[in-house]
Design a protein around this ligand. Structure first.
Ligand SMILES: Nc1ncnc2c1ncn2[C@@H]1O[C@H](COP(=O)(O)OP(=O)(O)OP(=O)(O)O)[C@@H](O)[C@H]1O
Ligand SMILES: [Mg+2]
Length: 455
């Protein structure tokens, strides 16, 4: 399956060069030879090659110079250094400078076949990932939202359309579908983007606390209210107020909020001065508010006031075209955060992710990619790295406390790239204790374990 890969062989030793050219020709590659560094540079100016086999020691222009040229001018070419037996250090140097593999002279046809199989696999994954990366960077995003599916593209359009209006927006969607991120995108594309974005989770407070969080209070309004405090309504002045889990707001407060929305003024708890306010309201819920109205838990008039524009964010399982770009996006973020040497995701793994139902939606995907990156054994995530998704949750967690402790410590160590101080701090134990646990459980850093080999 060599297709017409383009190969350049650069070696001043004719025997080596011709042996390689001959081999590639017979294997069906589009191959050319260059008898020195300068000749190679001239050829690279005229044509792109997929693979460049490059001798290190050559008179005048040597292999390192050509390698540097390729790295800056032909970023999609993969360079394989040809080294003499016994000069592994120079090969390692070349790898550090961007070569992707090396071939030791003298070599057997079998060595070459093995090497090529490895290279082709890498190349395929890199190409796929490059396409995904490009998509992530361009049309598949709207502020921080990523989405390649038709429904997300429509949602991005809607967000742009409603940017010019001040009407309230109601976001509906299952948990983890990205309601908060959509609210932020609405704010960021609107004319109020220079103002604040103030979120409040209505489900996170008791009734009295929620009232004072939203409306603020005057000093002495209730025991403990020593000073006047601004509420979120006031903080959102000129910007956007995001009421998350709006279905949790008690009925009485729904009346108060409805009045605020109609009159565009309010007063703090314990106060009687009317304060004028001006903000854009975005609400979110994962409940069916119409059902809540039927059972008397939500006011109909309030619902109609909120629901001027309704945006439905579909669950992830209904937009599987988003899965590859989201996975790629999370992989890159987590790789930067953790410094783990994971370069991409292979196609099989992507297919596995597309077939999983994602009850926790995008948040669950984000966590799954994080877990896979942290625990990955190789340089690419494979379907095995996502095997945990298909295990029952019960057997997934070991019953033994010892095993749980071991796995947890290993996870945190990997997360912090085996930085003992940071891992110890996260685990809330001393460095000495962490060292003794590493010894006790015989934990070994992944980087040492994989030895840089392809998984
Ligand atoms: N389209 C997307 N592109 C990039 N990241 C996303 C997208 N959708 C969701 N996320 C990420 O997934 C996580 C969950 O998103 P978010 O908190 O907005 O969901 P939610 O619908 O508000 O969830 P909940 O109902 O549990 O509050 C966040 O880390 C968010 O950054
Ligand atoms: Mg949310």
């Amino acid at each position: 399956m060599s297709g017409r890969w383009k190969v350049l062989v650069v070696d001043d030793e004719m025997i080596v060069r011709e042996a390689l050219v001959d081999w590639f020709m017979k294997a069906g590659y589009d191959v050319e030879g260059a008898d020195g560094g300068q000749a190679a540079l001239d050829m690279l100016d005229r044509k792109d090659y997929d693979f460049i086999f490059l001798d290190i020691k050559m008179p005048e222009v040597d292999g390192f110079e050509v390698l540097d040229y390729v790295k800056t001018n032909c970023p999609n070419s993969m360079v394989i250094m040809i080294t003499a037996y016994g000069s592994i250090e120079t090969a390692v140097d070349a790898m550090k400078r961007g070569a992707c593999d090396y071939l030791t002279k003298p070599f057997e046809p079998g060595d070459l076949a093995c090497l090529l199989e490895r290279l082709l696999q890498q190349k395929r994954i890199l190409d796929e990932n490059a396409i995904l990366r490009e998509q992530v960077a361009s049309r598949v995003r709207c502020e921080d939202l990523i989405g390649a599916s038709h429904c997300m593209q429509q949602l991005f359009e809607l967000i742009k359309q409603i940017a010019a209006f001040d009407s309230p927006v109601l976001l509906r969607g299952e948990t983890g579908t990205g309601k908060e991120l959509v609210a932020k995108a609405i704010h960021a594309t609107s004319e109020r983007c220079a103002g604040p974005f103030i979120p409040i989770n209505c489900g996170a407070f008791t009734e009295t606390l929620l009232e004072s969080e939203l409306f603020g209070h005057e000093s002495g309004a209730f025991t403990g209210a020593k000073r006047t405090k601004k509420g979120r309504l006031e903080m959102a002045e000129g910007g956007t107020l995001f009421l998350d889990e709006i279905g949790e707001i008690p009925l009485k407060m729904q009346i108060d909020l409805l009045r605020v929305l109609q009159e565009k003024r309010f007063h703090r708890v314990g106060g009687n001065t009317d304060i004028p306010i001006d903000f854009r309201l975005v609400c979110a819920t994962n409940r069916d508010l119409k059902k809540e109205i039927e059972r008397g838990a939500f006011r109909q008039d309030f619902y109609y006031r909120l629901n001027v524009i309704e945006l439905e964010i579909p669950p992830l399982r209904a937009r599987i075209d988003d899965i590859p770009v989201l996975a790629q996006h999370f992989l890159e973020r987590i790789r930067k955060e953790t410094n783990r040497p994971v370069a991409g995701i292979n196609q099989q793994a992507i297919n596995v992710l597309k077939n999983y139902p994602w009850p926790g939606n995008v948040r669950e995907l984000e966590n799954a990619v994080e877990r896979a990156v942290v625990l990955a054994k190789g340089h690419f995530l494979t379907k095995d790295d996502f095997a945990f998704l298909f295990r029952n949750s019960a057997p997934d967690l070991p019953h033994s406390l010892r095993e749980n402790e071991k796995q947890h410590i290993e996870r945190i160590l990997n997360l912090y790239g085996w930085n003992i101080s940071k891992a110890a701090e996260a685990l809330e134990i001393s460095r000495v204790t962490l060292h003794s646990k590493i010894k006790h459980y015989n934990l070994i850093s992944c980087n040492n374990r994989s030895g840089g080999s392809q998984g």
